[in-house]
Design a protein around this ligand. Structure first.
Ligand SMILES: NC(=O)c1ccc[n+]([C@@H]2O[C@H](COP(=O)([O-])OP(=O)(O)OC[C@H]3O[C@@H](n4cnc5c(N)ncnc54)[C@H](OP(=O)(O)O)[C@@H]3O)[C@@H](O)[C@H]2O)c1
Length: 241
């Protein structure tokens, strides 16, 4: 599916990767872009149509679908990372990540699937993470939410195949945005990630691994956890003798 002449809805479009999506979509000739965010005033003036949307609010999502019946591409980008771990983190933080990273895209997908069908099939691009495939201490709750969103992406692809909707998952490691401001490690630029995403989407890819680290994690998925997690789980063997 091509971006030129598409009508695209982007969630979390006020900053970070979402704002970069809006910029590149307009540059590639999208007919219309709905830039949505929780706080309307925080959305930059770009030529996109600005709409307030909290992705966790199902009623708001349904109202938006009633208003934006011309959408041909849905980009589920909004996301949060709490830093909580599953076994000792605050349950509210864990639930909050699932509400935003899993139920947010689910609400949007359910509301917009019939619209995409009516408009000829269209597409859905889900912004996932390498964390869908690798759970590291300090982000195990986030990893759970992204693994669930990866499964949602597969399910959506299967369920919407008969209406001709292209469903694509985007997976990447660290990107230089507010989300990772406190992390001191190599990061991709939002611009490189969004270019890889839109190039892959336009080429018809079902899944895009946007950097070498993520491609490497994917290539290891068939191996035993002892190989994939290495030193992270090595103490078990030492302590069990
Ligand atoms: N940065 C990375 O290293 C990285 C790596 C892999 C995947 N990702 C994924 O990429 C996506 C974009 O993240 P980012 O790096 O651009 O992070 P970011 O700069 O922190 O931006 C997150 C965006 O999500 C929005 N958002 C959060 N909760 C929302 C809600 N309930 N309703 C609507 N919007 C909401 C935020 O809006 P507010 O301004 O209102 O908070 C903001 O626009 C996320 O899905 C993230 O998980 C990021």
């Amino acid at each position: 599916m091509l971006i030129e002449n598409a009508t695209v809805l982007v969630t979390g479009a006020n900053r970070g990767i979402g704002a970069e999506f809006v910029r590149q979509l307009l540059h590639r000739g999208a007919r219309k872009v709905y830039a949505t965010a929780r706080n309307l005033e925080s959305i930059p003036n770009t030529g996109a149509e600005k709409i307030a949307l909290d992705v966790t609010d199902e009623a708001q999502v349904r109202e938006l679908a009633a208003r934006a019946g011309d959408v041909t591409l849905l980009i589920n980008n909004a996301g949060v990372s709490s830093g909580a771990d599953l076994l000792d983190g605050e349950l509210d933080a864990i639930r909050g990540e699932l509400e935003t990273n899993l139920f947010g895209p689910l609400h949007l997908t359910r509301a917009f699937a019939p619209i995409l069908a009516a408009n000829g099939g269209g597409g859905i691009l889900n912004v996932l993470s390498a964390a869908a495939w690798f759970s590291a201490p300090g982000a195990t709750s986030y990893a759970l939410s992204k693994a669930a969103a990866w499964s949602l992406t597969d399910a959506t692809r299967v369920q919407l195949a008969s209406q001709g909707t292209q469903v694509t998952g985007l997976l990447m490691a660290l990107v230089d945005t507010d989300m990772t401001a406190a992390v001191d490690a190599p990061k991709s630029s939002p611009s490189a990630i969004v270019t890889a995403a839109l190039d892959g989407f336009e080429a018809g890819a079902h899944e895009i691994t946007a950097d070498d680290l993520t491609a490497g994690i994917k290539a290891q998925l068939h191996r035993e956890p002892a190989v994939r997690y290495g030193d992270l789980i090595a103490p078990v063997r030492t302590m069990q003798g």
